[in-house]
Design a protein around this ligand. Structure first.
Ligand code: G3H
Length: 248
């Protein structure tokens, strides 16, 4: 039987990179013949087509909640599919902050991605003040509830969740393996109350200052199924080393 929780390592380039970096990344990853890990690169929209023929997967960093029409500057799920995307990040904290994406909008985007056959990577996580207040489980639960209400628990079979504590993103301040495990376990147990089988098969990635040097310890936690990598995914060899750390 296929391992539904096969490790996944996703690189989120954010608003960085170039055609040249795409070529270097593909060369490095394709020549490494990585086994037993799903590798995903999420470059900015203009570089998606550079990944045609890449041995791993390609994904987008965002999608529109609309399918087509007069929505200037938006990119639809159908367009992403035509560019061979399999995945799309939804609700990254930078979009929640910079673009005011609400839990409800994020839930709608997850639904649209699924309808068009994309696998959404639902990003959740608490800001520093929420962590310090001790209310982080409630914060994450609300982010997840919005999506459960929109799509139902059964469709979590076709999504990936990424836990990214906002205070750990791009700060060099990684969550400890214990802190990551604690939240991942919470997410899985919370969803297991709705459907144990779906929760057991759900991939939950950790994101926030992951590097090759700390990846192994984070990925060894029982409920951590890989990573969502920002800064370190811009360096081909470093990203490859993180992918290799996920294969167990
Ligand atoms: O999507 C990736 C995350 O925001 C993590 O970014 P980072 O690895 O630069 O901290």
């Amino acid at each position: 039987m296929q391992n539904k929780r096969r490790p996944l390592v996703a690189g989120n380039w954010k608003m960085n990179g170039s055609v040249e970096l795409a070529k270097q990344m593909i060369d490095t990853l394709d020549s490494s013949n990585i086994q037993n890990v799903d590798v995903l690169v999420c470059p900015p929209f203009p570089f998606l087509s550079e990944f045609n023929g890449f041995s791993g997967s390609v994904g987008a960093q965002n999608l529109s909640e609309f399918n087509a029409g007069a929505h200037t500057g938006e990119v639809s799920a159908t367009m992403l599919k035509s560019l061979k995307c399999d995945f799309v990040l939804v609700g990254h904290s930078e979009r929640r902050t910079d673009n005011g994406e609400s839990d409800a909008l994020v839930a709608k985007k997850v639904s649209v991605a699924l309808e068009q056959g994309l696998t959404p990577i639902l990003c959740v996580g608490e800001p520093e003040a929420v962590r310090e207040s001790g209310e982080f489980f409630n914060h994450i639960q609300a982010q997840i509830d919005a999506v459960v209400d929109q799509i139902g628990i059964a469709k979590f079979d076709n999504i990936v969740v990424a836990y990214e504590p906002v205070w750990a993103i791009g700060t060099g301040k990684t969550a400890s393996p214990l802190q990551a495990q604690q939240v991942h376990e919470f997410i899985r147990q919370y969803l297991a109350e709705l459907d144990a089988e779906v929760a057991q098969g759900l991939r939950i990635l950790y994101g926030g200052s992951v590097k090759a040097a700390n990846a192994n310890e984070l990925f060894s936690q029982p409920d951590v199924d890989g990573g969502l990598i920002g800064g370190a995914s811009l360096e081909p060899q470093e990203f490859l080393n993180i992918c290799l750390a996920a294969k167990g």
